[in-house]
Design a protein around this ligand. Sequence first.
Ligand SMILES: [Zn+2]
Length: 223
Amino acid sequence: MSEVIDGDMAVGDLKTREKSIQEASLSLVEHNAGLAVPLSQHWSFLTQIHGSENIEVKENESVFGLEGDALFTTQERKVLTIQVADCVPVALISDCGAIAVIHAGWKGLLNGVIENVSKVLQDKFPGSQSAVIGPHIGPCCYEYGRKDLDSFIELFGVSVAGVTDFSTDSLNLMAIVQVILEKRGIELVFRDDSCTSCDSKFWSYRASGTQKRQSLLAWIEKN
Ligand SMILES: [Zn+2]
């Protein structure tokens, strides 16, 4: 997972994308000594639309800006990236050698973005799956209207209701993710609950309206 110090990982518009991806990969290497990030031409990224579509990165291919909210691959050294500034970045690992990255905000969670890619992985590469969750906006900061919150409680249960640090209703995105993972039988092996809104190491759209993004990056090392 990148942080503010690694630079803006937003991939911008189509014209500037290749350059910003290149810069991002160089800055990650610079700030993470010893991290052998594959070169930028092996990075894939999406035009994220809060939907539920997933796209496979196949042999000798990279994905540049197709619309979707999840990427998966079985290919080694192909970097799958998701850009976030509050939404929950999720990585799935199948013990059959496939990985996926998912952009999961409230809309994507409602649209089944996690379930969809998990099912595709299961169909293509049957085996058990585990999940890794990166920093996202916490219930401490994600204030939510009562009426909208109630509809999430109806769908996912009371655990999704939170309270902000200033004592108003909030939505607990991580709790929704947990409900979904449990339903799919996916083991949660790592979670970083740093709140993107209150932790200055991260960008937050809710806190500042920024267009800057941190990125979840995942790739399969050579066996
Ligand atoms: Zn917070």
